[in-house]
Write a protein that binds this ligand. Structure first.
Ligand code: ADP
Ligand code: MG
Length: 336
C-alpha cells in the first residue's frame, strides 16, 4: 500500500506524540521496542498501543517482525537492554541484548577523530563478542558454584539467562544485615580472584540482592584475568567500590539517627553552607570538572577496545577457569 498522504491531515496530538517517541527511541535503537515507545509517549490507559496500531495501518510506522516485542523491559544498562522473556513452557527468563559501543562510539566519533584507524569495529560485531564473552563467563562461573544467573543460551548479541528474583543493590533502601551482606560480597570478589578472575565492574549496579538478602553477581563482559597487566588496579577498584557503597550507606543511616536526635535538615544545610563558604575562600577548585564527560566516553571506548584485544589474544579459553565452552566459529555466525 502506498502512503496515503490524506491521513497526515487528520493526525491527532497523540499520533504526533507517539511518532516523536519513536523518533527519540531511534537515537539508540535500530528497531525501537514497543515498550520503550510506550514509556516515552506516556499516554494513559494503554493509549500508545492503540495509536501505534493506527499508525501501522496507515504505514506511518514500520513493524519489524515480533523479535523485539517481548515481555516487559526490566533493565536498561549503559551497554544493554534487558527484557523478560518466556519459553514454550512459560518459564520466565531474562534476555540481555548487548549494544556495546552503539551510543558511545558514535558520540566519540562525532567529537573527535578517535576511531580513525578502527573503522572496522562495528557495534554489532563488538556486541556479539560481548554477548559471547558474557555467556562463557556466566556458564563457567555457575559451574564453579558462583552466585550468577544460570546461563541458558547465546546467539549474536543476545544472551538468555535465568531471571534473578531481586533488585540491584543500588535500589534497595534498607539492608537488614549490612555486615553479613558486606562480608558476602567481599568474600565473593576474593573468591573470584582466587579463581584467577576480576569482575572489573563490581559495584552496587551489578550486584543483585533478593528478599533473603542473597547476593547474585551479574554483568560479565568486562572481566579480566588476574594476570592482566592492570589486574591489581582493577581488583583494588572493585573492592573500593564496595567499601565506598557501604561507607556511604552507613553514613546515610547515621544521618537518620542524627535527624531523630533533633539535628534537623535545616541545621545541616546551614552548617553545610558555612563550611562551603569557608572552602570557597580557600580557592577550592574541586568544582572544576570541565571536560570530564567527554573523557569518560573516551575511557569507555578505550576499555571496550582493550578487552576486545584481550579477547582476541588471550581468549576466554586461556583464563583460569576450566570447562570453558568453545567459541562459536566465525563462519557459523556471520550472516544475520
Ligand atoms: P549492563 O552491562 O548494560 O550494565 P547489566 O547486565 O548490568 O547490563 O543489566 C542491567 C540491569 O538489568 C541490571 O542492573 C538489572 O537491574 C537488570 N538485570 C540484568 N540481568 C538480570 C537478570 N538475570 N535478572 C533480573 N534482572 C536483570
Ligand atoms: Mg551493569
Amino acid at each position: 500500500m502506498k502512503l496515503d498522504v490524506d491521513v497526515l491531515r487528520y493526525l491527532s496530538k497523540d499520533d504526533f506524540r507517539v511518532l516523536t517517541a519513536v523518533e527519540m527511541g531511534m537515537r539508540n535503537h535500530e528497531i525501537v521496542p514497543a515498550e520503550l515507545i510506550e514509556r516515552i509517549a506516556c499516554l494513559k490507559h494503554g493509549g500508545t498501543y492503540k495509536v501505534m496500531k493506527n499508525l501501522l495501518k496507515y504505514k506511518l510506522l514500520h513493524h519489524d517482525s515480533s523479535k523485539y516485542d517481548v515481555g516487559r523491559q526490566i533493565g536498561v544498562g549503559k551497554e544493554s537492554d534487558i527484557f523478560e522473556v518466556a519459553n514454550e513452557d512459560g518459564t520466565i527468563m531474562a534476555m540481555k541484548l548487548h549494544r556495546l559501543g552503539r551510543t558511545s562510539f558514535r558520540a566519540v566519533k562525532n567529537k573527535r577523530d578517535y576511531l580513525r584507524h578502527r573503522s572496522s569495529f562495528n557495534w554489532l560485531y563488538l556486541s556479539r563478542l560481548a554477548a559471547l564473552k558474557e555467556f562463557a563467563f556466566m556458564k563457567a562461573l555457575g559451574e564453579h558454584g558462583f552466585p550468577v544467573p544460570t546461563s541458558v543460551d547465546c546467539n549474536r548479541h543476545c544472551v538468555i539467562m535465568s531471571l534473578v528474583q531481586g533488585y540491584p543493590l543500588v535500589q534497595v533502601k534498607q539492608i537488614q544485615n549490612p555486615e553479613a551482606v558486606f562480608e558476602n560480597i567481599i568474600e565473593l570478589v576474593i573468591c573470584l580472584a582466587e579463581h584467577g578472575l576480576i569482575h572489573c565492574d563490581f559495584n552496587e549496579f551489578n550486584i543483585m540482592i533478593d528478599d533473603d538478602e542473597k547476593i547474585t553477581m551479574i554483568d560479565f563482559p568486562q572481566m579480566v584475568s588476574v594476570s592482566h597487566r592492570n589486574g591489581q588496579m582493577y581488583f583494588d577498584r572493585d573492592v573500593e567500590c564496595i567499601f565506598k557503597f557501604f561507607r556511604k550507606r552507613e553514613a546515610g543511616s547515621l544521618d537518620k539517627e542524627l535527624a531523630a536526635s533533633g539535628f534537623t535538615q535545616k541545621d545541616q544545610k546551614d552548617i553545610q553552607r558555612f563550611f562551603e563558604g569557608e572552602l570557597d575562600k580557600d580557592g577550592d577548585s574541586e568544582s572544576n570538572n570541565e571536560g570530564s564527560e567527554s573523557d569518560d566516553e573516551g575511557i569507555a571506548v578505550d576499555r571496550q577496545i582493550k578487552w576486545l584485544h584481550e579477547l582476541n589474544t588471550d581468549g576466554i579459553d586461556s583464563l583460569a577457569l576450566s570447562n570453558q565452552p568453545k567459541r562459536i566459529p566465525e563462519s557459523e555466525d556471520q550472516n544475520p
